[in-house]
Design a binder for this molecule. Sequence first.
Ligand SMILES: Cc1cc2nc3c(=O)[nH]c(=O)nc-3n(C[C@H](O)[C@H](O)[C@H](O)COP(=O)(O)O)c2cc1C
Ligand code: SF4
Length: 499
Amino acid sequence: MVSLLKQPHPRETRMIFKNVDRPGWKPDIDSYLGDGGYEQLKKALTMTQVGVVDEVKASGLRGRGGAGFPCGVKWGFIKQDSPKPIYLICNADESEPGTFKDRYIIHQDPHQLIEGMVISCYAVNAKLAYIYIRGEFPEGAKILERALAEAREKNFLGKNIQGSGFDCEIYVHRGAGAYICGEETGLIESLEGKRPYPRIKPPYFPAVLGLYQCPTIVNNVETLCHVKHIIRLGGAEYAKIGKPNNTGTRILCVSGDVQKPGYFEVELGSLNMGEVINDLCGGMKPGRTLKAIIPGGSSAKVLRAGEKYKIKEKGPDGAMVDKEITLEEIPMDFDTLAAVGSMAGSGGVIVMDDSRNMVETLANINEFYAHESCGQCTPCREGSLWMQKITRRMVSGEGATQDPKVLKSVADNIAGKTICAFGEACAWPTQSFLAKFPDEFAAKAQKNVTPREVSDGVALQGGRPVLVHDHEVAAASEGGVPEKIAPWELSNASKAGEI
Ligand SMILES: Cc1cc2nc3c(=O)[nH]c(=O)nc-3n(C[C@H](O)[C@H](O)[C@H](O)COP(=O)(O)O)c2cc1C
Ligand code: SF4
């Protein structure tokens, strides 16, 4: 795997990435033990299990996989005396476009992850854990297998770990490479050997009914690595890093139109977007200006340069006051990114300059989501495909004047109406691109055609979108269901006009 960055930037605070790209560092257990490795596991094993959970709660650690859910709170849902087995799953699917951090931890510091996982297993009383790794990471899987064997040999895994009486085993499970396998309940189904169809929540919150219907904790690779450092520092001390409610460090994966893209570990909220671009990444490409940023992986809502964003800040008297800031002034933390209408997500920061056409960019994103929908629920299965077809059409110069309206209608009818958050993940880009760049969408939607003339795409019928296909269009636009449309092209919901 190619390293993107050899020297940490002076503005970085490397905790999880301390050993990544470190000269002379090897991902083996000797390097790790020479660096104080597994000392925090030994320390944790002298604490009570509840004591470890309490430290993680006190640290304020929030999940780094996407939703930013407080890790200690999630662990608190587990009843340690459950009569059923308890499982821990490390989510190493890393499937969100724009995200490339977990793979570097696995490649260069696998023992950090293993130590974090064994401590976490101890905390929630899980005797068995899995690392679910993306199918496209065969080298990562091999490195993990090797590291697990080394840890087993030194009794950091297995029976009676370090004489503590605690038994724990970890297995690597390779996925086949599908975005939806990163969604925790889809992942669990896949691990059980089934098609990765996400489960309806509730009742299937993994902490209650997870793997094999047993209590299960699913955490991201980076999240689990932080646990070791929480034990090292103590929860309260760890909580001093970053900002209140946004504690610790986080790895940002910056890609797109900057001079030096790469990964950077920073204290949460310590840098704003302008500093990330200009200080960490050497600025925009020569002669180019910032146009937009997707701050948390491709599913996060896009933010436009030149706009003012409203946030709340503590005033001199301690009361919260409204403040307007520019895109460049937005601090990179969970709460602020949510307040300005996007999210910190998986840490994948995608920077776009003024050379980018936003319809083309959205079309690219829509290709991905149409391909990756698992197909279980109608709005997502059909809608992701329709959005792909419309943006494809617009990019090819065939955009009809009603396309932006139809596109918005399709996206609005996916978000909030599906089994899993993929629905939002695929709708948010379309909704936000349309809202932020209406002129560019209007410019690519110039053909003044009636629905009957729209080929291979989607048209409005009675205000609702329906799929239309060349010669079948006439029937569709006249209110009937065209007989010639193959069943796989038109869902039951769209036949009934009920998207
Ligand atoms: C469509 C979709 C894809 C996801 N992909 C990933 C992924 O690749 N890696 C990951 O850690 N979390 C992913 N998540 C989030 C997980 O469902 C889950 O929230 C996360 O693994 C929990 O870990 P955390 O609390 O440590 O963040 C995805 C969620 C959705 C809806
Ligand atoms: S929202 Fe999409 S990905 Fe999620 S279960 Fe439904 S069809 Fe599958």
